[in-house]
Design a protein around this ligand. Structure first.
Ligand code: RNT
Ligand code: ZN
Length: 419
């Protein structure tokens, strides 16, 4: 923690030159909730012991040793990750992380609050809120790629029941944690090759969604979001729940729209969509992810797009209308480090956005001085942001730099390598 004050006052002066109060920016950045997904810890495995592995057009690659195998291990790993994260953090659960009760592991149409009780007790102790996702994949009844839009009504009913139960669970978690649970619905319904009928699956999906969403819940307990997608592995040619589809659904049904950074054409950016979508929907959710050539869910890096996402939220005063969640999974490197580095990057981007002289940049734009806009846009990039980040970590007792590296390596040696 020795680096706490090195250069901090100088950094404050540098930012003050642009009219930025660093301490105010830090306070604001740490207040923004970031929901950190549990599924980076075990490669989207869950606790159901299904033999089929992952499907639904997503995939985790790598076999780095030390993956969490039990709820206890996953929670211990998450605690380790939390120890690296300054700021308000939540945990993003998935229904596949249901724990057996009385030795019984429930099928998806049988899950209930009891299967998540341990998570709630743990989260309350750790002081983190919970968000949730029903799991419409990695299951024999979804292995053909069509859960909610399946031609078979029996299959659709099974998944509708899952959705209904997950909404009940989310509401109960919201009650028990005293914090509104975002319940995010993503379903892989789609087709590998050119379909002959694009309309009928969308009719069936709509019917299933409407059945699942019939019941109204108090928003203080839970709200639902629907996650749109363009393509996935094995559904390259058609996805029923496309962007237009779910945008319309969210508007007409009063749902949040979830924008995942990997779910669009490779050159499309979700940062560009936030202010457009929020003209029509009061609140949105984000799955901050990083697709490399496809929806590969690489660990998020502090790149231009991550900064742009944070800027759109912060510069436009939209923090209360955007629920930030993470969605990446890499099993080729130390999972704890991957988890923490990605989540820290999200927090860094939020802080960096708050430390950017955006008011001055906008003033230049409004005065028609695009040269000044450009000059400022480039100047801020080399302001001493790293010094401020070190200060944040030290003053919240989170390690950084070499200390961070030594720490996750120590956890690997003492815990992960013994699994
Ligand atoms: C898949 C979606 C979805 C999943 C998680 C595990 O393309 O992004 O959100 O990644 O639910
Ligand atoms: Zn996602």
């Amino acid at each position: 923690m020795a680096r706490k004050n090195i250069g901090f006052e100088v950094a404050e002066e540098c930012f003050a030159e642009y009219g930025i109060n660093v301490k105010e920016a830090i306070d604001a950045a740490l207040e923004i909730p970031v929901s950190v997904h549990c599924w980076q810890g075990d490669d989207v495995g869950g606790f159901e012991n299904m033999d089929g592995g992952l499907d639904g057009g997503i995939a985790v690659t790598g076999n780095y040793p030390g993956k969490a195998r039990t709820p206890e291990e996953l929670r211990a790993d998450f605690e380790q990750v939390l120890s690296y994260l300054p700021g308000k953090t939540r945990i993003y659960l998935h229904a596949m992380y249901a724990e057996p009760v009385g030795g019984i592991s429930p099928d998806r149409d049988q899950v209930s609050y009891g299967n998540f009780k341990n998570w709630v007790e743990w989260a309350n102790k750790a002081g983190v809120g919970i968000d949730f996702n029903p799991t419409f994949f990695a299951h024999p009844k979804a292995s053909d790629g069509w859960p909610l839009a399946n031609r078979d009504k029996g299959i659709r009913d099974f998944w509708v029941e899952h959705g209904l139960r997950c909404r009940e669970i989310a509401a109960e978690i919201g009650t028990k944690t005293g914090s509104s649970v975002l319940n995010n619905f993503w379903t892989p319904d789609g087709s590998k090759d050119t379909p002959a009928d694009r309309l009928a699956p969308r009719d069936r999906l709509m019917d299933s969604l409407d059945r699942m969403f019939k019941e109204k819940y108090d928003a203080a307990k839970t709200v639902d979001s629907v996650e749109c997608k363009l393509f996935g592995m094995g559904c390259e040619s058609y996805t029923a729940g496309s962007h237009e589809y779910y945008m319309g659904y969210a508007i007409t049904r009063g749902k949040l729209l979830c924008l995942d950074a990997g779910h669009f054409h490779p050159t499309e950016l979700i940062s560009e969509k936030i202010s457009a979508v929020l003209k029509f929907i009061p609140e949105i959710a984000l799955h901050v992810s990083r697709g490399v050539r496809w929806d590969s869910d690489h660990v998020v890096t502090l790149n231009d797009e991550l900064n742009a996402i944070a800027q759109e939220i912060v510069w436009n005063g939209l923090t209360s209308r955007v629920r930030i969640g993470l969605d990446y999974f890499d099993a080729s490197i130390n999972r704890i480090a991957a988890w923490a580095i990605g989540a820290r990057n999200m927090r860094k981007a939020l802080l960096f956005a708050l430390l950017t002289p955006y008011k001055k940049i906008r003033e230049a734009e409004n005065a028609g001085d695009n040269t000044l806009r450009f000059a400022l846009q480039e100047e801020y990039r080399t302001l001493p942001f790293g010094v401020v980040w070190d200060y944040v970590c030290a003053s919240t007792e989170k390690c950084t730099g070499q200390e961070f590296i030594d720490s996750y390596k120590g956890y690997e040696k003492n815990v992960l390598s013994k699994r």
